[in-house]
Ligand binder design. Structure first.
Ligand code: GDP
Ligand code: MG
Length: 162
């Protein structure tokens, strides 16, 4: 059985873009509108000699209040069946209440979880990523999923515990 890597995070952070890059397909629906990918979507990927399954999720929807975030059922299932969780956040948008709520959920899970600050293309990644250390999930990995920048370095770290 190949290790399962779940891409989770609130809508519009770039999960489907990263899924497509990892699986080298355009299978996942990449939308300019948040939340269009509703179901889990599976793809196969490899990094150096490691093969793994990637799961795209429809995101985790924040409520209107933005504090008491309801986790989408598919995303919860994806986290539970994952061996590794890549928790994507949007470096340009900054830390949100939804990110905080998701991090609370992930900290309760006994899963290797990696915080991934996406969209660092064209910005100072170090300064824009710094605030995500407040999620208390360890190192913040910077990527630009649309260009592939940082993805290989991220996988170097994330695939070690498999
Ligand atoms: P999802 O809802 O988390 O699956 O997010 P998507 O993959 O659909 O991406 C949401 C939006 O962010 C789209 O307009 C993407 O083109 C854009 N996006 C994704 N990755 C990057 C990135 O690395 N840099 C920039 N600037 N935009 C990105
Ligand atoms: Mg998506």
């Amino acid at each position: 059985m190949l290790p399962v890597v779940a891409l989770v995070g609130r809508p519009n952070v770039g999960k489907s873009t990263l899924f497509n890059r990892l699986t080298k397909t355009r299978d996942a629906l990449v939308a300019d509108f948040p939340g269009l990918t509703r179901d889990r979507r599976y793809g196969q990927a490899s990094h150096e000699e490691n093969n793994f399954i990637v799961v795209d999720t429809g995101g985790i929807d924040g409520t209107e209040e933005g504090i008491d975030v309801e986790m989408a059922e598919q995303s919860l299932l994806a986290i539970d069946e994952a061996d590794i969780v890549l928790f994507l956040v949007d470096a340009r948008a900054g830390l949100t209440a939804a990110d905080q709520a998701i991090s609370q959920h992930l900290r309760k899970k006994d899963k290797p979880t990696f915080v991934v600050a996406n969209k660092v293309d064209g910005i100072d990644g170090d300064s824009y990523s710094a605030e995500f250390y407040a999620l208390a999930l360890g190192e913040v990995h910077q990527i630009a999923a649309s260009q592939g920048r940082g993805v290989s370095q991220l996988l170097d770290h994330a695939l070690i515990p498999v």
